[in-house]
Design a protein around this ligand. Structure first.
Ligand code: HEM
Length: 1092
């Protein structure tokens, strides 16, 4: 009897359970009428049938008919098994553990975290057992889960392993309660399901092909436009259909306008799947079903990943979160109807019954996956929000502590990644908790963010295996904090989805280059990139895209401080490589991917600026007439992708490094811009200023007559002075006011305000020109308000005065003329000072002016010390008793001591001091300190400062010119700029050597051969295949590599010699090395010792 109900695999348990089976059968005698289609007429037949059921059947997928008594026993045993555990998680864990331990080599198949995966397996088997009495229902359940196994390599032996593992757990937990019927039932169900998975995999491969091919036609290409047009023209014949068509168009318009596109749909024939879908949805009366658009958005990833159940589940999960945001009923079959109608229109030629079956099958599965979650996310979100909102800080802290503790227990290697401070770790853990709620709130945004986060984890070098224990630990700790089922499920589900998305990003983003960057070893990076196809080599260093998010390995290397690798990457990108057909140079790729790379480097890794700028230069090895060709690929430092001027120069000016601005490429760029474009513009702009200066000097210096000269005014001079001054006030003062207001407003808007000693100062005032203009403006205002012209009011010639007089008695009497003349004097000085920016025409003069400016601070120190001494000595002398009446007050002493310091004090007064010995001593002490110490100190300071500044003098001059170029460029018209670019001929290829036409994007100059000695051509040329998909052939080993190999060889030889010596001692053989090696070789049987 016992044999009867067991398959061959169960033979081992036979004896153990025979008695109990007998009890079972005694109490529940099989009734052939109850059994259904499988009619068991006799015991041998029954045995045969049961044996069949124990064999994995992957040839067909029919309904499984089990005897009712077997079903009942199985369901009872299942309930008892689940009931053994306090919570279903316990049961889930024990089954998962059994699976996991039974086949260590299959553990990779379980990609979800243990807590989640276990529950899923439990739910699946539970569903099967629960529906075992309804074969059709059971088949549907098994088919649904088979869909999730499409990308897993399920085989008959593996099914048996899992089945036996389950039996063992049941034996363990239920003992004698696990009867033979139940054992048979459960085994049969599991065998049936396993066979179905294998069958589905084979069977569905064809369907998947059909799906993908037809989707490609429908969604990507829109090749079938003509067909749609045909359909339209046919419908024209029929009036009724025409009306319908108009309705379609109207409905489409409604749908589109809801969509926010606002375009006139009558002008557009639907060519893509989305357009056709919206059109059909409108026609079929679903114009208001906004939820369809959500599905439509995810439809492409869903179909494209039909064969990847893991990803399909992920897409459906995210979609279900989005659908939860829709108001109103969601009727999924409606989507299917519109979908099929759209596909039929877009794939009319190939469409057949197989397509119908395949798309129906896909949709059924998608619908099933969606239904699992439909309606749940809102409740989950509420439960989770309530729970997290109610958490106190101490609860959160204890969660974080327990979570990491548990995680490190589950995965000790996790500690190698979480080495940060506890506060940082807690911060991350809290952030992750927040993310679980955020996933429900804004799923779309979160998916984007998670891709980015996943890519950052690629940078942290996190292995994917650690995600599962991480989620398990978090879920376990949350379970300990709440008993609410909703909250637990909501948290676990959300975190699992998050981890799933991150793991996928991690897998897609973990390129060998990223792994090499994490080591920060140049050799590793070179090895990693060596295998890249030559056509894609540059992009492998610059871009990794996952979904809508991308990460740049180069930027990652910079940000994570792997500067060795970053430098190697820049050097690799800017190495010119060539096969017979093409030149390869990564400058275009680099600047297109990172137009702001100069800014990035100057702020984050200035040491890499030099390799970058150097990499843009190629120097020929060939010398002709004492000159060599130099190609400088500077296009991307001059123009951006839109053809406007590039900000590279501005960033270098902001970086403010005189060495970097003097780099060959930068100098060339700046000089080209200056000589060909900016210098002329600059001069043109300054002409007006020059003219104003001339007017100012004429009216204020040459034609104004000082009162002391007692000359009379002339009519002509007065008219000229009047015109000049009116021009100064209107043309200069008002213009300066206008530019100052503009700059002020711009700085205020952009918040460019500095606080110096708590005084807010707009940044524009810190430039010499703007600051000088600001002061000039106020001096001109002073001149205008005290202007003698207005005060004399002589606007016509009378007997007393001539027209435009500035020397009337009233202004002389009230002293305003003097005030005016002070303003005028200072304004003229300022005008001349502002003229100094003309010095940038010559780097030499500019450098001199800059040095002058830079050493001024030393002079300021001297003046400060002098003022201090003058005041202190003046007050000290005032305290002295003396008889010199001319030197009785403080002011006289201030003036006298200042004059003495500057050697302007009249000699005669010194003789007077001789009468007062004490006074003389103090004066001598003062003169001694000032002229011997202070003045010489000043000379020494100036000397030192000059030497310090001198080395970078040219660099500062270049910085100054570059900043003028940058500001002048802003005012240059687009037309002029375009003409300048045209003149640069960046699209013309530059010759490397005669007849060897190379790469475009630069300028060629001839350089005296002695300036830079070049002995090796920097272009790496390779023979062999010139296919773009081929990697570059391996280059010659570096010296370092050769030394490494030599070192290894020596080490192994030494080891072998050591070994053989020992064995020789044992053998008592001779000391001859050769014989030793030979002996070893023969004893090893390898012979390698000898050859080494
Ligand atoms: C569901 C799984 C996970 C989520 C949602 C997650 C999320 C985060 C977040 C939000 C950060 C903050 C910093 C940033 O934005 O880059 C972070 C940092 C980090 N994570 Fe994860 N993480 C997960 C799993 C893991 C695992 C399993 C490891 C490795 C054992 C890991 C290692 C790291 C490391 C090393 C950092 C950098 C810490 C730092 O220096 O700032 N993460 N993670």
């Amino acid at each position: 009897m016992p044999d009867l109900c067991r398959g061959t695999d169960m033979a081992d348990n036979e004896n153990a359970n025979s008695s109990e089976y007998e009890e079972d059968t005694e109490s529940e005698e099989p009734d052939s009428e109850d059994i259904g289609p499988i009619v068991i007429t006799s015991r041998p037949q029954e045995l045969e049938l049961l044996k069949q059921l124990m064999t994995v059947n992957d040839k067909s997928f029919e309904e499984l008919q089990l005897p009712p008594k077997v079903v009942r026993s199985t369901q009872k045993a299942w309930d008892s098994f689940v009931g053994v555990f306090e919570r279903k998680e316990g049961a889930a864990d024990s089954i998962y553990g059994a699976f996991f331990d039974a086949a260590p080599n299959l553990q990779g198949m379980f990609r979800a975290p243990r807590a989640t995966m276990g529950l899923r397996i439990l739910a699946g088997i539970s569903q099967f057992v629960g529906s075992a009495h309804e074969p059709a229902q059971l088949r549907r359940h098994v088919e649904a889960i088979a869909f999730n196994h499409l990308d897993l390599d399920v085989t008959a032996p593996r099914v048996e392993i899992f089945r036996e593992a389950t039996m063992e757990v049941f034996d363990l937990e239920l003992g004698a309660l696990f009867g033979t019927r139940a054992r048979f039932g459960l085994s049969a169900i599991m065998t049936y399901a396993g066979g179905a998975y294998i069958f589905a995999r084979k069977e569905y491969a064809g369907r998947i092909r059909i799906l993908l091919r037809s989707w490609n036609t429908a969604a990507k290409k829109g090749e079938t436009v003509e067909q749609i047009e045909d359909l339209d023209s046919k419908s024209d014949d029929d009036e009724e259909e025409e009306e319908v068509a108009q309705e379609h168009v109207q409905a489409d318009a409604n749908l589109k306008s809801q969509d926010g596109t606002g375009k006139n749909p009558q002008l557009k024939v639907p060519t893509t799947f989305d357009e056709m879908f919206l059109f059909n949805a409108a026609v079929m009366g679903y114009a208001n079903s906004t939820w369809m658009k959500f599905i439509l958005e995810y439809f492409d990833p869903i179909v494209s990943n039909v064969a990847n159940s893991y990803r399909l589940q992920e897409e459906c999960d995210v979609l279900s979160l989005n659908l939860a945001k829709c108001k109103g009923d969601i009727n999924l079959p409606e989507f299917k109807a519109v979908m099929l109608a759209s596909l039929r229109s877009l794939v009319p030629k190939e469409w057949n019954s197989q397509h119908e079956v395949a798309w129906n099958w896909l949709w059924e599965n998608v619908e099933r996956l969606l239904r699992q979650q439909l309606g749940k996310p809102r409740a989950h979100q509420k439960a989770l929000e309530r729970f997290i909102g109610g958490l106190q800080q101490e609860h959160l802290t204890s969660y974080c502590r327990d979570q990491y503790k548990r995680f490190f227990q589950l995965a000790p290697s996790g500690q190698d990644f979480f080495k940060q401070s506890t506060t940082r770790l807690y911060f991350i853990a809290e952030k992750i908790v927040e993310m679980t709620v955020e996933m429900y709130r804004t799923p779309k945004k979160m998916v984007e963010e998670l891709s980015g986060l996943g890519l950052r984890h690629v940078g942290y070098g996190v292995p994917t295996e650690l995600f599962s224990p991480y989620v398990t630990s978090a879920v376990e700790v949350i379970r300990g904090m709440t008993t609410d089922d909703h909250t637990q499920t909501a948290f676990a589900w959300s975190l699992t989805l998050i981890a799933k998305i991150m793991v996928r990003t991690l897998v897609e983003g973990s390129t060998v280059v990223m792994q090499a960057i994490n080591t920060n070893i140049e050799k590793n990076l070179k090895k990693a990139i060596a295998v890249a196809p030559r056509g894609k080599r540059a992009m492998e260093l610059l871009n990794i895209t996952v979904g809508t998010q991308s990460i740049s390995p180069l930027y990652w290397a910079i940000e994570s401080g792997s500067l060795v690798c970053a430098q190697a990457m820049i050097e690799d990108l800017l190495t010119i490589r060539a096969d017979r057909d093409n030149y390869y140079f990564g400058a275009d790729a680099l600047f297109t991917r990172h137009p702001e790379v100069i800014k990035k480097l100057s702020s984050s890794a200035p040491s890499l600026l030099d390799p970058l700028l150097e990499g843009l230069i190629w120097r020929s090895r060939v010398i002709s007439n004492g000159y060599r060709r130099v190609n400088c690929y500077c296009k991307h430092l001059m123009q951006d992708v839109d053809g406007n001027h590039h900000q590279a120069l501005q960033w270098l000016v902001e970086y403010g490094n005189p060495v970097m601005i003097s780099q060959f490429t930068v100098v060339l760029v700046a000089d080209l811009m200056w000589t060909r474009l900016v210098a002329y513009h600059f001069l043109l702009g300054r002409c007006y200023f020059l003219f104003t200066l001339c007017l100012a000097v004429t009216s204020q210096s040459f034609l104004s007559i000082p009162s002391a000269m007692h000359r009379s005014e002339t009519l002509e001079a007065n008219i000229v002075v009047f015109i000049c001054r009116v021009f100064l006030y209107l043309g200069s003062m008002c213009k300066i006011l206008y530019t100052q207001i503009r700059s002020f407003v711009a700085d205020c808007k952009s918040g460019a305000i500095d606080r110096t000693y708590y005084i807010p100062i707009p940044q524009y005032l810190f430039s010499l020109q703007s600051g000088g203009n600001f002061m000039l403006f106020w001096l001109l205002v002073g001149m205008c308000t005290t202007e003698p012209l207005w005060r004399c009011g002589a606007f016509s010639t009378t007997e007393d005065h001539i027209i435009f007089s500035t020397h009337c008695q009233s202004v002389l009497d009230d002293g305003t003329k003097r005030v005016y003349s002070m303003f005028s004097c200072l304004a003229i000085l300022l005008y001349w000072t502002l003229l100094l920016d003309f010095s940038i025409f010559s780097m030499h003069i500019s450098a001199y002016v800059l040095v002058f400016g830079r050493v001024l601070s030393e002079v300021a120190l001297f003046i400060m010390a002098l003022v201090f001494l003058v005041i202190s000595y003046s007050t000290a002398i005032m305290a002295l008793e003396h008889e010199l009446l001319d030197f009785a007050d403080f002011g006289t002493w201030l003036l006298s001591l200042t004059q003495m310091s500057l050697a302007m004090f009249p000699q005669v007064y010194y003789q007077e001091f001789e009468k007062e010995a004490n006074l003389l001593v103090v004066v001598i002490a003062f003169v001694l300190i000032v002229s011997v110490i202070l003045v010489n100190l000043l000379v020494a300071q100036l000397n030192q400062a000059y030497q310090h500044v001198y080395t970078d003098m040219q660099g500062y001059a270049r910085l100054n010119r570059a900043s003028v170029i940058v500001t002048t460029l802003e005012g240059i018209s687009a037309k002029r700029w375009a003409r300048f670019l045209q003149g640069m001929k960046f699209d013309e290829r530059l010759e490397f050597n005669e007849g060897d036409v190379g790469l475009p994007g630069g300028v060629q100059i001839m350089e005296p051969a002695a300036t830079n000695i070049v002995t090796v051509d920097s272009i790496r040329r390779f023979g062999g295949s010139s296919a773009v998909a081929m990697p570059w052939p391996e280059e010659d080993d570096s010296m370092e590599d050769r030394f490494d190999r030599l070192e290894k060889l020596i080490m192994t030889s030494v080891k072998k010699m050591g070994k053989s010596r020992k064995s020789k001692k044992k053998d008592g053989g001779s000391s001859n090395i050769l014989s030793t090696l030979g002996g070893e070789a023969s004893s090893d049987g390898s012979g390698s010792g000898g050859s080494d």
